[in-house]
Design a protein around this ligand. Structure first.
Ligand code: BG6
Length: 460
């Protein structure tokens, strides 16, 4: 074999509650921000398709889990829907929600698939959002209680926990760039949200440690290496700042216990430091994670600013760097994202060299394709482009392993085509196709068969 992975390597996929479950109004679930935003502005969602039309994992999890097993999974990450467990975000618990997640966990275990559970994947309960969401300290405390409840209910069987998925996306989407509710564009409020997400994470880690559970707890972070256009000091500086904003803003506090000095300096200069209480920084400092999940799709390329921003322009991270389109870059033409496989190696080496070689795994990597039915032949999607995408990334993961990186597994995004926020079903990512017009019928893609082989051979 060209690439042979260590025994026990984690092979699987990831999804999130809102993107897979459906049943948005069923089973006693309370509304979250996605249900609400879709009611307000269905036009913001691709083809007007909302979260209720996620692929119905809530009703079909048993067949889905059997198919995961069939496709070689030994592990699977999903998230708990906060408002399915606590319809109001806090207070009274929904017993139907508890029963559902208990059965998902038990079914996974019965199939020899280890559940990796994430507590928050963009789906703030509406009741909490209406009281300020992540801008409010109340949400931090509600999250700590929710996390504690999950550990108590499911911690006997779930041994891998993740507090948040891509918290920076909540800051970016909801408070800077208008692709998530509440569609605010305000740098200072964004910083406050980022700080509270970090604090909520630390409170959950604290609850896990104090509960004396025998598993591991971490977080899932999207890492986009920020490559400068050139080695000119101004470009390099632009790269460092983009890295501080989008990668290190969460990576540093959760692993090293402190925020990047460069970022703090920028916030101070722009009078944008968040409101904190005594003891907050110490709480973050004293609760490092056990395990890091890395989501990687594409790199970020930047250059020094070409024009001084207008003094009245709203403050955004782009105040400090410009985006750069590298000539000749390889593209996923079906999604419009760059493909740069070596990026995953650079991320892993950075973790090895600068973050104490923390135990980690690739928690999402995948290729979105618009109008994928174009590739349907003889009843199967022939997604050779996706097989190549996975294979080329895995080669770099393998190289990182050989060079001593502490990388424990590879999860693709995603098991079956799912509902992707405002993009709904625009870009398909699954190993398994979902036919929306045909009772959500599942059909394995060619990449699903390839993945099965790789997982079962532990390499390729
Ligand atoms: C990832 C998110 O960054 O991107 C997923 O964690 C999301 O939740 C995925 O579905 C794909 O995004 P898109 O916009 O191509 O559908």
């Amino acid at each position: 074999m060209e690439c042979c992975f260590p025994d026990g390597f984690w092979w699987g996929s990831a999804t999130s509650a809102t993107q897979s479950e459906g049943a948005a109004r069923d089973g006693g679930k309370g509304k979250n921000v996605w249900d609400h935003w879709f009611e307000l502005e269905p036009n913001r969602f691709y083809n007007g398709v909302g979260p209720d039309r996620a692929p119905q994992f809530y009703y079909r999890y048993k067949e889905d889990i059997a198919l995961m097993k069939e496709l070689g999974h030994n592990s699977f990450r999903f998230s708990i829907s906060w408002s399915r467990l606590f319809p109001q975000g806090d207070g009274e618990i929904n017993k139907q929600g508890v029963a559902f997640y208990n059965d998902v966990i038990d079914t996974l275990l019965d199939h020899g698939i280890e559940p990796f559970v994430c507590l928050y994947h963009f789906d703030t309960p509406l009741a909490l959002q209406e009281r300020g969401g992540w801008e409010s300290r109340e949400t931090v405390e509600a999250f700590a209680r929710y996390a504690e409840t999950c550990f108590r209910l499911f911690g006997d069987r779930v041994k891998k926990w993740f507090t948040h998925n891509e918290p920076i996306a909540v800051v970016e989407g909801g408070y800077l760039y208008d692709f998530q509710y509440p569609n605010v564009v305000d740098f200072r409020r964004a910083v406050q949200v980022g700080f509270h997400l970090t604090l909520a994470h630390a409170r959950a880690v604290q609850a896990y440690r104090e509960g004396g559970y025998d598993g591991q707890i971490g977080i899932i972070l999207n890492q986009m290496p920020a490559y400068p256009r050139s080695q000119h000091p101004a470009d390099v500086k632009a790269g460092r700042i983009a890295d501080a904003f989008f990668n290190r803003s969460f990576l540093d506090p959760v692993v090293r216990g402190e925020f990047p000095e460069e970022l703090v300096e920028i916030l101070r200069l722009h009078d944008a430091l968040p409101v904190m209480r005594e003891g907050d920084l110490e709480l973050i400092r004293s609760h490092p994670i056990d395990l890091l999940g890395v989501n990687y799709y594409h790199p970020r390329r930047v250059k020094a600013k070409e024009h001084v921003p207008h003094p009245d322009a709203p403050l955004l991270p782009e105040h400090f760097f410009d985006h750069y389109e590298m000539p000749g870059r390889k593209m996923n033409v079906y999604r419009g994202w760059e493909i740069y496989e070596k990026g995953i190696y650079d991320i892993l080496m950075n973790l090895k060299e600068n973050y104490g070689n923390i135990p980690c795994f690739v928690s999402e990597n995948g290729m979105g394709v618009q109008d994928e039915h174009r590739f349907l032949r003889d009843g199967m999607i022939h997604d050779d482009y996706r097989i190549e995408f996975f294979r080329e990334h895995l080669k770099w993961v393998h190289k990182a392993l050989q060079e001593g990186c502490n990388v424990k597994g590879y999860h693709v995004w995603t098991f079956m085509d799912n509902w992707s926020w405002i993009n709904a079903y625009k870009n398909r990512y699954g190993l398994v196709a979902v036919d929306l017009d045909n009772d959500y019928r599942r059909t394995v893609k060619k990449s699903g068969l390839w993945f099965k082989q790789v997982a079962e051979n532990n390499g390729f």
